[in-house]
Write a new protein. Structure first.
Length: 325
């Protein structure tokens, strides 16, 4: 399915060096902010207390946040879940004056005292404590999941195409992941399990776009035998533009709907997906394809030419076959 077809190939590879220089600067900036500021981890990774509070009527979240801030909390997540009458509060671990960690019972008691002042109908439905040890295990589990996904992508691309495409594809995917994490480090957005899920989804989404372009490059190598590699890549990218607009446009519409109407619970998840989709398109076109070109990919890498077999019958027809010299 195509909305339109471009008759003349766009010379993407002509600007590959400049655009990849910009990508390198962006990538290094993301690495700097990750090293300098670090990620603002949620209590799922650092530990804390999760409380579910129910009200008799619809309640506003901002007064609740203000009331909690009076208790000395600076990093609190307050959001609706299920309905506008149900509120989930995530409190980080804090210490008592004697240096010991405040228990979940102490946190919930002080919280409910403040919330009852705002609305006497507030009732505590559930309290769940996430210890630092559990949060650390979740963090390392997420890192391992990310590593296994990267290894799986490399194996898949190596088997389906060729090592040059595998290397180019994984560099492009890591480029997307680091830039997403760099945004979260720079703006100090909360990095939670849902954001980690979005990063893993972006990895698969980005590699899918790269595979589509790589497939078209291989197809063009078979179709156009007289074109140079940059022209082959330009033709492949131009030929997939309509598909890219349809696929990524429809996906981004869904993500924007989550970002606008999904509330606080889906806010950072949708932001991570939005950044990943936009940079995924960019990296598949300008990073992955350009790196494959600079690695020297050629027709022989993708199309195996079988050696011509000698026809035995031709020997009988050769009058000099078997003659002594």
């Amino acid at each position: 399915m195509e909305f339109f077809r471009i008759r003349q190939d766009i010379p993407f590879m002509r600007y590959a060096l400049v655009l990849n220089a910009i990508s390198l600067i962006t990538f290094l900036a993301a690495v700097f902010f990750l090293a300098y500021k670090g990620l603002h981890l949620s209590i799922e990774f650092t530990g804390g207390t999760v409380l579910e509070v129910k009200y008799s009527q619809t309640t506003e979240l901002e007064p609740i946040r203000s009331a909690i801030s009076k208790l000395g909390y600076t990093d609190v997540n307050v959001q609706n879940f299920g309905s506008s009458k149900d509120v989930m509060v995530r409190l980080p671990l804090i210490k008592n004056p004697d240096g010991s960690l405040m228990s979940s019972a102490q946190q919930s008691q002080s919280l409910m005292q403040e919330l009852s002042k705002l609305d006497p109908s507030a009732s505590l439905q559930r309290v769940e404590f996430v210890g630092p040890q559990v949060g650390e295990e979740l963090l390392y589990g997420g890192i391992k999941a990310l590593i296994f996904v990267i290894i799986g992508i490399m194996i898949y691309l190596s088997m389906r195409f060729e090592w040059k495409f595998a290397l180019a594809g994984i560099i492009a995917n890591l480029h997307d992941v680091i830039i997403i994490l760099g945004f979260f480090a720079f703006f100090e957005w909360e990095f939670s399990l849902s954001v980690l899920a979005a990063v893993l989804a972006v990895l698969g989404y980005s590699v899918n776009e790269s595979v589509v372009i790589f497939d078209r490059i291989r197809e063009n190598f078979r179709r156009y035998r007289k074109l140079d590699t940059p022209d082959i890549i330009d033709s492949a990218i131009t030929g997939t533009i309509s598909r890219t607009i349809i696929t990524h446009g429809s996906t981004e519409m869904m993500v924007l709907a989550m970002l606008i109407f999904g509330g606080a619970s889906l806010h950072y998840f949708a932001i991570a997906l939005t950044i990943g989709i936009l940079f995924g398109i960019y990296s598949s076109v300008f990073v992955a394809a350009a790196i494959a070109m600079w690695l020297g990919v050629k027709r022989e890498d993708l199309i195996k030419v079988e050696p011509k077999k000698e026809d035995p019958s031709s020997r009988d027809e050769d009058p000099n076959f078997g003659a002594k010299v």
